[in-house]
Design a protein around this ligand. Structure first.
Ligand SMILES: Cc1cc2nc3c(=O)[nH]c(=O)nc-3n(C[C@H](O)[C@H](O)[C@H](O)COP(=O)(O)OP(=O)(O)OC[C@H]3O[C@@H](n4cnc5c(N)ncnc54)[C@H](O)[C@@H]3O)c2cc1C
Length: 146
């Protein structure tokens, strides 16, 4: 007699959701994981009342309404906006670049002024086709000694 319809290796998001959906279709699943916990890479440990991401911080994001509605059945989400800053020589800069960054770098106040400044910097740095973001960033900020 068949004990399980599916053996699912890994209790991360994929394995867990697969098992959940299969069970709804009356399939019997065995989920195994080599780690001592479920949730895979999104696992959190509760340390002094704070959920700490064991394998690195995770922010859930989707533009898919169906996915958003599905996932909200299982957990309550905070509204979190990622707004990292880079610290360089005791100054803080918004990353990725935005108007605050450009204002701090060059004193520009409007997107038009920022665009003109970027174009000027690009022309002076003679960067026609930056090969990557690093090359682009270096070419843009080198004049400012950052
Ligand atoms: C540091 C970090 C930050 C991330 N940040 C984000 C983010 O902000 N937003 C986002 O959407 N995604 C993020 N991700 C990606 C997200 O973690 C993954 O997309 C998602 O967790 C993948 O789920 P999964 O079930 O496919 O795999 P996993 O979560 O990796 O789960 C796989 C499971 O399978 C188990 N397993 C593997 N091989 C075996 C085996 N042979 N035998 C038994 N068990 C096995 C593993 O132990 C693991 O528990 C991040 C990933 C990392 C590492």
């Amino acid at each position: 007699m068949k004990k399980y319809d599916y053996l699912i290796v890994g209790a991360g998001l994929f394995g867990a959701i697969f098992a959940y959906e299969a069970k709804k279709k009356n399939k019997k699943c065995l989920v195994i994981d080599k780690r001592a916990h479920i949730a895979g890479n999104i696992y959190t440990e509760n340390i002094e009342g704070i959920n700490v991401h064991k394998y690195g911080a995770h922010i859930f994001h989707t533009s898919n309404k169906e996915v958003w509605e599905f996932i909200n059945k299982f957990a309550e989400f905070n509204n979190y906006i990622n707004s990292p800053v880079a610290r360089y020589k005791d100054e803080l800069y918004n990353m990725p670049f935005n108007m605050n960054t450009f204002n701090k770098l060059w004193g520009v106040k409007t997107p038009k002024e920022a665009k003109e400044k970027i174009e000027k910097e690009k022309a002076e740095a003679k960067v026609e086709e930056p090969k990557n973001l690093e090359e682009q960033a270096i070419s843009l900020v080198r004049k400012n000694n950052i």
